[in-house]
Design a protein around this ligand. Structure first.
Ligand code: IMP
Length: 439
């Protein structure tokens, strides 16, 4: 296997960072190809905890080439802050970080646009974004006339481009800011600030599409690191309560320029239960004491915004859809330890709408809001499992729970994670373990 992909199969926060970190030693190149600093990955390695957002997790391993492609929307200030923080923690960042000159840049007007527009939306209709300007930047990318890519910042037209866009944004934002304050943006100040960022990032800026095509064509081991989760995919997720990029497996070719035929193995990461941050339907949500217990045991608070995550039972209907959509070969089940001691467990195996069984994941959000989950109840386990180090040493009920998930999602479980540390990783068998061995 030369090209491996790690995709979250729920609404993000599936603990992909840990799996990517485990895999990096077996890969030459690690790639971030969609999203932006709405993502937050926590990696615990060598007894240290690292919080990553835009920088690929591979940065923590010397010798691994990290690539941020043109499918990403990039806030230079947050990227530079993240790079600075990593450097202070002793992480080396030089030629091992490449950033595409095709990446679209997030400017202050994107954050302002998100704030001003969000204030006009009724709270029950709000998407509840991370307020990082992600949606407005992707909107400008698709709209084209007001978009600036990283490569544009090194061209003589950059100054006039900023001046023209700021004039346009000030006009529209002033008109739309009817219920919030709005201070007009200063084009010269933004130009000066972003010119500095451009200079600082310049050593990393290059054509990542050509680089990655060369890498896959020459048989290098490349790892694609998905951000968010498949159910937040702009085209195939729970629209409009989604993010603005293709966060399912379909996003890899578009975001990186690497054709789908090169993708050898897709690993789908699922929590042993479900979580969601922000608005949108969540059929298996536990808006009760049990949901709070899971939130506390799993420390389910957003890495980026600190918001409490909504928690619920494992939704096999949504997971099966997400796994098929992303071309998933094998599953990783994370945070299984969180479910210890909570009592009987439920898995949603079917949706009913107006009393009828649905045979597919609803395409309209209003239908998804109305579905009634059909549950199977499985016995839980009383013992804590975070010290378990072999799959076969898991309590019988935990193994039965995993088998049922595998059966209904239709994919084998390769790894089970029972804690944030590397050692808290259980491989289903020797063949599974072998694929994670450093080369
Ligand atoms: P945006 O990506 O900031 O536009 O937010 C759109 C939706 O995606 C909101 O519901 C966010 O809470 C959610 N979202 C974005 N990034 C993440 C993530 O990394 N984890 C979980 N949810 C996310």
């Amino acid at each position: 296997m030369t090209v491996t992909c790690v995709i979250g199969l729920q609404w993000g926060d599936e603990a992909k960072g840990k799996i990517v970190d485990l895999l990096t030693e077996a890969h030459d190149v690690v790639v971030r190809y969609q999203g932006g600093s709405n993502a937050g990955h926590t990696v615990v390695t060598g007894g240290k905890t690292y919080k990553l957002s835009l920088v690929p997790s591979g940065i923590l391993r010397p010798g691994v080439q990290c690539v941020v492609t043109g499918g990403v929307v990039l806030n230079p200030a947050s990227l530079l802050e993240e790079m600075g923080r990593l450097r202070s923690a002793g992480v080396e960042i030089g030629k091992n970080l490449m950033i595409s000159r095709r990446a679209h840049v997030i400017f202050p007007w994107h954050m302002e646009e998100e704030r001003v527009l969000d204030a006009r939306v009724a709270s029950d209709k709000s998407i509840g974004t991370t307020m990082r300007g992600i949606g407005p930047c992707y909107r400008d990318k698709v709209g084209r006339s007001n978009a600036i890519r990283l490569g544009d910042m090194y061209r003589p037209e950059f100054h006039d481009q900023v001046a023209r866009i700021v004039e346009h944004k000030n006009l529209t934002l002033k008109a739309l800011a009817t219920n919030v304050d709005f201070k007009p943006l200063d084009a010269e100040a933004i130009f000066a600030e972003y010119s500095q960022y451009a200079a600082q990032l310049q050593p990393h800026v290059c054509d990542t599409t050509e680089y990655l095509l060369d890498a896959v064509e020459s048989g290098q081991h490349v790892l694609f690191e998905g951000a968010q989760g498949a159910l937040l995919d702009i085209d195939h997720g729970t629209f409009p309560y989604v993010t603005s990029s293709n966060s399912s497996g379909v996003g890899i070719p578009a975001g990186s320029g690497v054709p789908g035929k090169y993708l050898d193995k897709v690993i789908g990461v699922l929590k042993a239960y479900s979580t969601r941050v922000g608005g949108g339907p969540f059929p298996t949500e536990l808006d009760n004491e049990l949901g709070q217990t899971i939130r506390d045991r799993g420390n389910e608070y957003g890495t980026v915004t600190g918001r409490p995550r909504r928690c619920g039972w494992f939704d096999a209907v949504a997971a099966r859809y997400a796994a098929r959509l992303s071309g998933v070969d094998v599953l990783v089940i994370s945070l299984l330890d969180v479910l210890s001691t909570v009592g009987d467990l439920k898995i949603c195996v079917e949706y009913k709408l107006d009393g009828k069984r649905l045979d597919c994941f609803p395409s309209h959000v209003d239908d998804l809001k109305r579905v009634a989950p059909v549950y199977e109840t499985l016995p839980g386990w009383d013992a804590e499992i975070s010290d378990v180090r072999r799959y076969e040493d898991l309590p019988e009920n935990a193994r039965a729970y995993l088998s049922r998930i595998s059966e209904v999602v239709g994919r084998p479980v390769e790894i089970v994670s029972v804690g944030a540390d590397r050692e808290q990783t259980l491989f289903a068998d020797d063949a599974a373990a072998a694929s994670y061995v450093p080369r």
